[in-house]
Ligand binder design. Structure first.
Ligand code: GLC
Ligand code: CA
Length: 662
């Protein structure tokens, strides 16, 4: 490397950058490490991610703040739950004015959470349990307490040090840019008396945006990324990435310059340690989010922000349209990429990616108390959004686990934790995990007044009523149900990797989709309404001959499954007839004398089939009897043995079964 920091021609062009002054700057300094290749670079497609904040999970030294030692003690719980990756929210030194997203040092951990040794031990223990760890790379902004900023504000306006952030003499530049935290901020510019200039920030005014027109900024970020890769992390959530670069006359979101930066980060990641992932937080419309996959050369994963509110919309309206419509608008993504799916997270349930009319509808449905609203969203957890209705919570999770993408579970939602909308900002959904009915919910032995946030204590969602210990003892609990759902999801690659085809029965309360991957087919039937619904599902027209056969052959099973799983919920006993050879390839609930069925309220039923190309294999029907279909003109099908999620005890696994959730 030359003295001015420029690089030799041996660096691939994607790993270098040209500064404003025209100098070439190495953004990937040459550091030697043993590469640790992944055996399957697409591992993230089959992952089930659990999102948590270290401060909220377990407090080992009873100072009221969760820490790495406490989290390590809880790894058995996470392993038992069945998740395969943990996404840890920022755990770096921070003034804590944006829950750690205001970072003042990227290189180490916040002393509130322990020592680097605690972190290393945590990583080791996670690895031992085959739990991968994804951390945050907050690249858009730092805290105003970060030394880069304190140095920038006191340096000369023309200096290199000042150039790490975005400055202006007026607050009129970039006038077309929206304010994201519109409840707290009025402008994206804040006057700095020390620098005697305005600095640019897309979020809180104490979070100045870094200047990605300065190649040294990217270089520094890449070094930070490598540092955490060396510690064994499997990927990074790239927080708030649509806003990296600014150009006059634009809205400063999704700019080509921003994509160029992300490509460089990806290149640096792949060349340093292949098989690690980037997860894009880009709260944008589908076609704009899609751009963050690039041609498979930007992020591996991106949150499907537009889908999430539309799942809530569909359940509220008891109509599948919001879901089918947004997935219709969702472009195909490169084969090596994946959507990240979520129902809730640590932020408000954001309603930025819906129309004004839709937002008003969702606000009036899910946030009747205006205190539940913040910015353009709703600060509530899943259980309280669903009015603590177990069937709705299960349906939401069933959709999460069966839609195309990698599901992310927000800590506490697996036990139906509630929230506290009186806590300010988004803190109401960030309260301590509820482990037991003991003091502080078993999270900490400290004086309750010392807790970083108070426990949820109300009679419905409080830790005495909702906690891991109690739910672990009951096979009928939400926690046990969630475990079974996760195990079903993990039993097949079809959910993480398969295609999705909608079937559109006339009844719009019923959402039907076929997931298919290689020789595996799953038919999912979800009833989005509060009452039992009848539906005719015709697979013949839209899907392949093979899928059409699936329905013909499976008719009696589907019907039987509904009958058995919901006997107490349905008003009439479902009738079924054995499938006939060459019968119409439709499944009619009402037509005289034919197969009659209905879908129980707020539920998803899924049927798994695996093709047997072996001649003479038979379709096993529910129970013990074998229904030979040797005369069938197609390869026969066999349901994957899965027990009914609703039943309290796993039935004999040898018997093939349909999963019915709930
Ligand atoms: C990300 C985080 C959010 C934070 C924001 C600004 O969007 O998810 O919690 O407030 O960045 O730092
Ligand atoms: Ca602690």
């Amino acid at each position: 490397m030359s003295e001015d920091g420029s690089i030799s021609s041996t660096i691939p062009p994607c790993c270098s950058a040209v500064s404003r002054e025209g100098r070439v700057v190495n953004v990937v300094p040459d550091i030697k490490v043993e590469p640790k290749p992944e055996s399957d670079e697409l591992w993230f497609k089959d992952a089930i991610i659990y999102q948590l904040h270290v401060k909220a999970f377990g407090d080992s030294n009873n100072d009221g703040i969760g820490d790495f030692a406490g989290l390590t003690e809880k790894l058995d719980y996470l392993e038992d739950l069945g998740v395969t990756a943990l996404w840890l929210m920022p755990f770096y030194p921070s003034p804590g004015r944006d829950d750690g997203y205001d970072i003042s040092d990227y290189r180490t951990i916040n002393s509130d959470f322990g020592t680097m040794q605690d972190f290393r031990r945590f990583m080791q223990e996670a690895k031992r349990r085959k739990l991968r760890v994804i951390t945050e790379l907050v690249i858009n902004h730092t805290s105003d307490q970060h030394p880069w900023f304190t140095r920038a504000r006191r340096s000369k306006a023309t200096s290199d040090a000042r150039n790490w952030y975005v400055w202006s003499d007026t607050d009129h530049r970039f006038a077309e840019t929206r304010v994201i935290f519109n409840d707290t901020e009025k402008s994206n510019w804040t006057w700095d008396p020390e620098a005697k200039a305005y600095y640019w920030h897309r979020f809180f005014s104490h979070q100045p945006d870094l200047n990605y027109d300065n190649p040294r900024v990217l270089s520094a970020m890449i070094q930070i990324m490598r540092r955490w890769l060396d510690h064994g992390v499997s990927g990074f959530r790239l927080s708030a990435i649509p806003y990296l670069c600014e150009r006059e006359g634009t809205n400063n979101e999704n700019l080509p310059e921003t994509h160029a930066i992300i490509k460089k980060i990806r290149c640096a990641l792949d060349s340093y340690m292949p098989g690690k992932v980037l997860l894009a937080e880009a709260n944008q419309w589908p076609e704009d989010v899609n751009a963050y996959f690039g041609d498979g050369d930007e992020c591996h994963m991106a949150y499907h922000f537009p889908l999430m509110p539309r799942i809530y919309m569909a359940i509220a309206q008891e109509d599948r349209f919001p879901i089918t419509d947004i997935l219709r608008q969702t472009p195909d993504i490169p084969a090596n990429c994946q959507w990240a799916l979520f129902l809730r997270n640590h932020d408000e349930l954001t309603l930025e990616m819906v129309t004004d009319v839709e937002r008003d509808y969702l606000w009036s449905t899910y946030a009747t108390d205006p205190r539940a609203r913040i910015n353009l969203g709703i600060r509530r957890r899943l259980a309280s959004l669903m009015d603590n209705d177990r069937r709705k919570i299960e349906l939401m999770n069933s959709l999460l686990m069966s839609f195309p993408g990698t599901p992310i579970i927000y800590y506490g939602d697996e036990i139906g934790m509630g929230d506290n909308i009186y806590l300010g900002d988004r803190n109401g959904v960030r309260t301590p995990m509820q482990w037991t009915p003991d003091r502080n919910g078993g999270f900490s032995r400290c004086d309750p007044t010392r807790l970083y946030l108070p426990m949820i204590m109300d009679p419905v969602y409080g830790y005495e009523a909702v906690n891991v210990e109690a739910q672990s003892r009951s096979l009928a609990s939400l926690l046990s149900w969630t475990k079974r759902l996760i195990s079903v999801r993990k039993s097949s690659k079809v959910f993480g990797r398969g295609s999705l085809t909608f079937v559109r029965p006339a009844n719009r309360s019923v959402l039907v989709y076929v997931r298919q991957y290689e020789n595996e087919v799953v038919l999912c039937v979800a009833n989005l309404s509060r009452s039992a619904q009848a539906a005719e599902i015709d697979l013949a027209e839209r899907t392949s001959r093979r899928s059409a056969m699936l329905l013909t052959l499976s008719r009696s099973r589907l019907t039987g499954s509904f009958g058995s799983c919901s006997a107490n919920l349905m008003h009439r006993r479902l009738r079924s007839r054995a499938p006939r050879q060459n019968s119409r390839r439709s499944w009619s609930p009402t037509a005289g004398g034919r197969c009659s069925t209905a879908v129980p309220n707020w539920c998803l039923n899924a049927m798994f089939f695996r093709h047997f190309l072996r001649a003479g294999a038979g379709l096993q029907s529910e129970g013990t009897c074998q229904r030979p279909i040797s005369s069938a003109p197609y390869p026969s099908l066999r349901p994957i043995p899965i027990w009914d999620l609703r039943c309290s005890r796993p039935k004999a696994r040898a018997k093939p079964r349909i999963i019915c959730c709930p």
